[in-house]
Write a protein that binds this ligand. Structure first.
Ligand SMILES: Cc1cc2nc3c(=O)[nH]c(=O)nc-3n(C[C@H](O)[C@H](O)[C@H](O)COP(=O)(O)OP(=O)(O)OC[C@H]3O[C@@H](n4cnc5c(N)ncnc54)[C@H](O)[C@@H]3O)c2cc1C
Ligand code: FES
Length: 261
């Protein structure tokens, strides 16, 4: 659906990220973890091109939270918008993560803003699990306390060693795969492309599967333009693969179904 949403709050959090809260009472009740909103940023020159953002959280009164990093013109303009500014929001879009069953332990691997995108999954999980959170440096780690409050165990990795294990977050995943907690584990991933590809490869090589949220450049966000395709396995095709639109058939894909480049 399309909704004109007023900004309730738009603020810096830490050194690298901003948090914007929209009033979106129409969209919020429909949101499932892993979905995104396609936001038309007010005051942007090419306003017509929306920008996709994962939904971090929704509140009972229709508050929709997005955490974003300024990387280009759209996000730079978004960061300047004061409360009361109205933006047109399309959503919720995309295939969500599945909610873990009561007998499953969720293990989430999150890099960068992947923590924001999976926070709502942790909040909705019937059983707390583990989040393996990675970032370049400790200042880029997001929502660690909020995850702890959901009961999740938070394990950290930073590339510069300023918090947790030094190195990539996939090192933590390697340890979990080698010594898994007892029970049925459901793996989830959200983060930079390289992290997801390496996570997917690791799962599949160990005979496991997982749900990976693939973040791709998008244009229409509704499956019409094919700007956002990734190669997925498809045994019904002669060559065994086809292109899938991440905005409509994703962003969440099974690790077994994608090619890990
Ligand atoms: C499903 C989905 C969920 C997302 N969720 C979030 C989120 O929760 N928080 C957040 O900060 N960002 C998120 N993104 C990325 C966000 O959409 C882009 O950062 C934003 O569109 C950049 O807009 P811009 O005009 O500022 O930058 P542009 O000028 O459009 O681009 C600036 C730079 O960022 C790169 N870039 C743009 N979009 C992407 C992308 N999708 N993936 C990788 N690089 C990109 C461009 O190649 C360029 O180098 C998400 C993207 C997708 C597809
Ligand atoms: S962005 Fe147009 S089809 Fe996905």
């Amino acid at each position: 659906m399309l909704e004109n949403c007023k900004i309730l709050k738009n603020e810096c959090i830490g050194e690298s990220y901003n948090r914007v809260v929209f009033s979106a009472p129409g969209i919020c009740p429909k949101v499932k973890p892993g979905q995104f909103v396609h936001v038309q940023i007010a005051n942007l020159r090419e306003k017509i091109l929306r920008r996709p953002f994962s939904i971090c959280d929704v509140g009972k009164k229709g508050e929709l939270t997005v955490i974003y990093k300024v990387v280009g013109e759209g996000t730079a303009v978004l960061a300047t918008l004061p409360a009361e500014t109205e933006c047109s929001i399309m959503g919720p879009q995309g295939i969500p993560f599945s909610i873990p069953a009561k007998n499953e332990i969720p293990v989430i691997v999150a890099g960068g803003y992947g923590s924001a995108a999976t926070y709502i999954l942790a909040k909705n999980s019937p059983v707390p699990g583990k989040i393996l959170m990675g970032a370049r440096t400790s200042a880029d780690l997001l929502l660690t306390d909020e995850f702890r409050k959901t009961g999740f165990e938070v394990l950290l990795a930073t590339e510069d060693g300023s918090a947790g294990e030094k190195g990539y977050v996939t090192k933590l995943l390697e340890t979990i795969i080698a010594n898994p907690p007892s029970g049925n584990i459901r793996y989830y991933g959200c983060g930079p492309h390289g992290m997801l590809m390496s996570m997917g490869k690791m799962l599949v090589q160990n005979g496991l599967d997982g749900e990976l949220s693939i973040d791709h450049l998008m244009c229409c966000g509704i499956g019409a333009c094919y700007a956002c395709v990734v190669k997925v396995k498809d045994e019904t095709r002669i060559d065994g693969w086809r292109y899938a639109r991440t905005c409509k058939e994703g962003p969440v894909f099974s690790a077994k179904n994608i090619f890990h480049d």
